[in-house]
Ligand binder design. Sequence first.
Ligand code: DC
Length: 224
Amino acid sequence: MIIVIDGPAGAGKSTTAKEVARRAGFDYVDSGAMYRGFTYLYLKLGQDRTRLIDILDNHRLRFDFHITEARVFHGDTEITGDIRSDSVNSHVSEVAAMEEVRDTVRQLLRDVSRDRKVVLEGRDLGTVVFPDADLKFFLTADPEARARRRYDERIRKGEQVSLDQVRENVDTRDRIDSTRDIAPLKKADDALEIDSTFLTFEEQVARILQYIRSTPTLSQDKVN
Ligand code: DC
């Protein structure tokens, strides 16, 4: 059973997807973590696109998705923290625009979701990766609200960052993610759009759970 939540950076997809997964008894899958994992490799390979593409069949990345947790490993090394670094933030849109990387991630996402109940979050899940998902959401919020949320999140983690820097990163990623030729960020025609600018986190989660309860293929499961 597949529920997808797509939308731009900072719209609250991951916190929302995690809480929905927890309350609906699904596992949470973070597709951005996969693009970030490949960006980590790209940086390790000296930003050499050809070398990255050469190792895609033997990338040694491992993604462990549990109820609300997404952990990433490269070989035996855990890189869950490293994939959120500034350098990965700055290059991830570039790597996510590479067709070969998208093909690899698309396959990984389908493999990881097979025969499981999952809530996935990303950019092109409803349009390209899972066009037949049981339920699709497109979560938005105005750019200022999204930059502010990302900023608060990073300050809470103890990072030294300015609101201007975060705003610029969010704007740049929005632009690259929505204008790239392959699988741009786009609402699927059959996705339910939720604008979270003026919603509390609880309201946002409640709205999604309500849709899950009213979807026949999903509602036989207990949703709290
Ligand atoms: O959600 P995030 O910020 O962790 O995503 C990191 C980048 O990965 C984002 O800038 C765009 C890309 N991405 C994508 O192109 N397609 C997805 N399904 C998920 C993420």
